[in-house]
Design a protein around this ligand. Structure first.
Ligand code: CO
Length: 142
């Protein structure tokens, strides 16, 4: 079974513009919002908005090969992109998804995610239209 909802991924054409929404409109203190940082191997810039019980993961395209260009072409202002659940064992979770007929994206080999733990993505066509990220439980609570 999946564990905690770790974060909700939100794609945006501009993290700096999105900060204005979370900080100025929704009232998140600036010190709860992390610096924008590049994850070149994943093709995104990322910034976390830390909420009392979860995070919003803001992702902006990095480079021409970014996997979120297609999403932003369809949703030019950005939008909710994925949800991420923690699992105790990422390999077991991948195998279970496949055994149940769900499509794991890419090679299926877990990749290092923005939180420094391995992740996989499950195709939205098998998840009720939601792109699902599964991530290994971080060793330390965040
Ligand atoms: Co994510």
């Amino acid at each position: 079974m999946i564990g905690k909802l770790n974060h909700v991924g939100v794609a945006t054409p501009s993290i700096e513009e999105s900060w204005k929404l979370y900080r100025d409109v929704l009232g998140v203190p600036a010190d709860r919002i992390t610096e924008r940082r590049a994850l070149p191997e994943q093709g995104v810039w990322v910034s976390f908005v830390n909420l009392p019980n979860s995070q919003i993961e803001l992702i902006e395209p990095y480079g021409e090969a970014s996997p979120i260009h297609g999403f932003l072409a369809k949703n030019p202002k950005g939008g909710q992109h994925h949800v991420c659940f923690e699992v105790p064992d990422i390999i077991a979770a991948r195998d279970e998804m496949r055994a149940k007929g769900a499509t794991v994206l890419g090679t299926g080999e877990p990749r290092m995610g923005a939180h420094g733990v391995p992740v996989i993505f499950v195709h939205p066509k098998d998840m009720g239209g939601v792109l699902v990220e599964l991530m290994a439980e971080p060793e330390h609570a965040h």
